[in-house]
Design a protein around this ligand. Structure first.
Ligand code: SF4
Ligand code: SF4
Length: 372
C-alpha cells in the first residue's frame, strides 16, 4: 500500500493545548483539560527531523497558544535548519518585542495572527480576555520584523455583519493575507452552534462585501473567504484527503490525519513517543482507515462526487450521524442531512438559543467531558 501513498507535505505541531484565551469556537478538543503530558523539546525535535526526512516542507506551530512553550525558539531554529518553511499560528498573547526578535533570529518565516472581531467589545467578549489592543500591538511587531502576516478571523453570526470593518482593519494593519474562515462546527463550536450559525442573508452579504474589497485591494492583500459547509449542502474535501497532505501531532504526541480525528471511535492513533513518523504515516491503521474511497458505503460508494470530496469530513459524520464511515451529513444525499438542515432553519428563524455560550476553559472542559 505504501507505494501509492505520497509523503505528508504539512507537519502541524500542536505544541500545547494551554491557551490564555477562551474562544467559544475553539477547535481544540472539548476534553483538552484531561489530556496527558506534553511532549518534551527533544521529542519535538525528533518529530521535526523524521517529518523532514519523509519530505514534509511546511511546518505549522500551533496550539493552544504555542508561545506558552519556552522552547518555541529552539523548535523554530531546528525546523528552519532542517529546511522547513515555518509558520507560527498565534493569538498574539506572549509575543513581546524580545520574543519576536528571538523568533526572527531563529528563522521563523511567517506568522498567522488571529483576531476575534474588529470591535474591542466583541473581540474581548468572544475570547473572554482583554486582548484587542494587545493584538494590534502584536500586528505592528510582526510587520516590524518583516514577516508576512496572515490575519485570521473566524466568522459566525455574532461578528459576520462587521465584515467591512474587519477587512478594513486587516488592510490598515498591513496583513498580506486575510483568512475569513466561517466557523466549522466541531468541538467547542458544536456546543455553541445555535448561537454561532449565521443566516444565509448574513453569509451572502459577507461574501459580497469581501468581493468588493478583493476588487479594491487586488494583490495588496489577498482575501480568502472560507464558505461554511452547513449552508451549501456540499461537503468539503476534509484536510484535502485523509492521510494525503497533513500530519498533525497533538501536544501529547498522538499523530492524527486531522486535528480533530482523535474523537473517532474504534481507531487507534499511534504516538510519536512509540513509533517513528514514517511507520505512522504509511503503516498505521489510523492513517489508512479512511484513505482514498475504498472504505465508503452508500450513498458515497456509487456517487460521482466521491473522488472530489472523498465523502466529506469523518468527524462530522461521527458527530452528526454517529457513524464515522457515513456520508458527511452536510451533504444533501446523506440520510442524516435533516440534522444540518434543521440547524440552518433554526438560524434562519432566529430561534431562541437553548443554553448560554460555553467558553473554552479548563472548568468547562472537565464538566463537559465528564458529562459525556
Ligand atoms: S481558538 Fe482561541 S482558545 Fe482556541 S486555541 Fe485558538 S486562541 Fe486559544
Ligand atoms: S454522497 Fe458522499 S461522495 Fe456523494 S456528494 Fe455526498 S458526501 Fe460526497
Amino acid at each position: 500500500m505504501s507505494n501509492s501513498i505520497g509523503p505528508p507535505l504539512w507537519l502541524l505541531a500542536e505544541l500545547t493545548y494551554r491557551c490564555p484565551l477562551h474562544c467559544v469556537f475553539c477547535y481544540n478538543p472539548v476534553d483538552f483539560a484531561k489530556q496527558p503530558q506534553e511532549l518534551s523539546t527533544e521529542d519535538w525535535l525528533r518529530v521535526l527531523r523524521q517529518g523532514r526526512e519523509m519530505g514534509a516542507v511546511q511546518c505549522g506551530l500551533s496550539g493552544g497558544e504555542p508561545l506558552l512553550r519556552d522552547d518555541l525558539e529552539e523548535i523554530v531554529a531546528e525546523a528552519r535548519r532542517l529546511g522547513y518553511y515555518t509558520n507560527l499560528l498565534t493569538s498574539g498573547v506572549g509575543l513581546t518585542e524580545a520574543r519576536a526578535r528571538a523568533l526572527k533570529a531563529a528563522g521563523l518565516d511567517h506568522v498567522q495572527l488571529s483576531f476575534q472581531d474588529s470591535t474591542r467589545e466583541m473581540n474581548d467578549f468572544l475570547s473572554h480576555t482583554k486582548t484587542f489592543e494587545l493584538k494590534h500591538r502584536v500586528a505592528r511587531l510582526i510587520k516590524d520584523q518583516g514577516w508576512p502576516m496572515v490575519m485570521n478571523v473566524v466568522l459566525h453570526r455574532m461578528n459576520i455583519d462587521h465584515i467591512d470593518r474587519i477587512i478594513g482593519m486587516a488592510a490598515e494593519l498591513g496583513a498580506e493575507y486575510l483568512e475569513l474562515a466561517n466557523t466549522q462546527y466541531y468541538s467547542w463550536a458544536l456546543h455553541n452552534r445555535d448561537a454561532l450559525l449565521p443566516t444565509r442573508e448574513q453569509l451572502q452579504h459577507a461574501e459580497a462585501v469581501a468581493e468588493v474589497w478583493r476588487a479594491r485591494l487586488g494583490e495588496k492583500m489577498r482575501i480568502f473567504f472560507v464558505a461554511p459547509d452547513y449552508h451549501e449542502g456540499k461537503p468539503k474535501k476534509c484536510v484535502n484527503g485523509w492521510g494525503k497532505m497533513f500530519l498533525t501531532v497533538t501536544p501529547d504526541g498522538t499523530a492524527l490525519p486531522c486535528h480533530t480525528a482523535k474523537m473517532l471511535p474504534g481507531l487507534a492513533f499511534p504516538n510519536v513517543r512509540e513509533m517513528p513518523l514514517r511507520e505512522i504515516w504509511y503503516e498505521s491503521e489510523g492513517f489508512n482507515r479512511y484513505r482514498g474511497t475504498g472504505w465508503m458505503k452508500e450513498p458515497c460508494a456509487s456517487c460521482d462526487q466521491r473522488e472530489q470530496d472523498l465523502g466529506g469530513c469523518r468527524c462530522q459524520a461521527f458527530m452528526l450521524a454517529n457513524d464515522p464511515a457515513a456520508a458527511d451529513p452536510v451533504c444533501v444525499k446523506s440520510p442524516q442531512h435533516e440534522v444540518v438542515a434543521a440547524a440552518v432553519r433554526r438560524a434562519e428563524m432566529g430561534a431562541p438559543i437553548e443554553h448560554p455560550l460555553v467558553f473554552r476553559d479548563p472548568k468547562n472542559s472537565l464538566r463537559l467531558s465528564s458529562s459525556g
